[in-house]
Design a binder for this molecule. Structure first.
Ligand SMILES: Nc1ncnc2c1ncn2[C@@H]1O[C@H](COP(=O)(O)OP(=O)(O)OP(=O)(O)O)[C@@H](O)[C@H]1O
Ligand SMILES: [Mg+2]
Length: 236
């Protein structure tokens, strides 16, 4: 059993329902509890609409639960101001979204460097080097000055992955990171995530429909009807 210092994320009885004035509330998460230790790699799987993206957004403090507790590195997220949450996200979390959200007016390299921009709007030199290395690694070294409109969907997704990794986050949250990719690109991207998890001890939580990607993670949680139905823990 890992000691408490190793706990990165702790969720207790997390519920989420979407409210709107003209419709009944939509309950999506109905009591999710989960403990994630440093260096864990976890797949979250489940049918479309089961709440995987909702859960990931909540884990990444982009959305808040209707009730329940979420602690990141021992801090209760509900107690943090918007500004504090933004700082936590920028420093600790690398988010790979289901749709890539690249800035259309910026080049590949500029998109990747956005999270590193200091107040003077300039990226540190080592960040530029890291960006170039990572872009090489995902096969985009020859696309540094291209704009997203001139890239394929899979290439945009790879840029978004590199952007999420640029600040060396301790927690990587990835929503279908390989969904838009062909088999071999998907495989090399999965390898990159696994390596970061293994070598840098980055904690990795991946939402995926890919059984192959899920099999590379240490544990799999099945989301169904708003709760975790059954868990596959490969380290047991
Ligand atoms: N802003 C919102 N307002 C109301 N309902 C929402 C909102 N966002 C998501 N939902 C609903 O919540 C449920 C879960 O959505 P979510 O995007 O988390 O599913 P998912 O498991 O990620 O699905 P997929 O595999 O298709 O990406 C869906 O039924 C969706 O319609
Ligand atoms: Mg989703």
């Amino acid at each position: 059993m890992a000691d408490d210092n190793a706990v990165v994320l702790r969720l207790e009885a997390v519920h989420k329902q979407y409210q709107s004035s003209d419709r009944d509330p939509v309950p999506v998460l109905k009591g999710i509890s989960l403990t994630v230790n440093r260096g864990d790699s976890i797949a979250i799987v489940g049918p479309s609409g089961s709440g995987k993206s909702t859960l990931l957004n909540i884990l990444g403090s982009l959305d808040s639960p209707t009730s329940g507790s979420i602690q990141l590195d021992g801090q209760e997220l509900a107690n943090l101001s918007e500004q504090e949450l933004a700082a936590v996200r920028n420093k600790k979390i690398g988010f790979i979204f289901q749709s890539h959200h690249l800035l259309p007016q910026c080049s590949v390299l500029e998109n990747v460097l956005v999270p590193t921009l200091a107040e003077n709007g300039k990226a540190p030199v080592d960040a530029v080097e890291r960006a170039q290395q990572l872009l090489e690694r995902v096969g985009l070294g020859h696309r540094l000055t291209h704009r997203p409109a001139h890239l394929s969907g899979g290439e945009c997704q790879r840029v978004a992955v590199v952007r999420a990794l640029i600040n060396q986050p301790s927690l990587i949250l990835a929503d279908e990171p390989t969904g838009a990719l062909d088999r071999s690109t998907a495989e090399s991207l999965a390898e990159l995530l696994v390596e970061l998890n293994r070598d840098d001890q980055a904690t990795l939580i991946v939402v995926t429909h890919s059984a192959e990607l899920a099999a590379k993670m240490g544990a799999t949680h099945h989301l169904q009807d708003g709760t975790f139905a059954d868990n596959t823990n490969r380290s047991d």
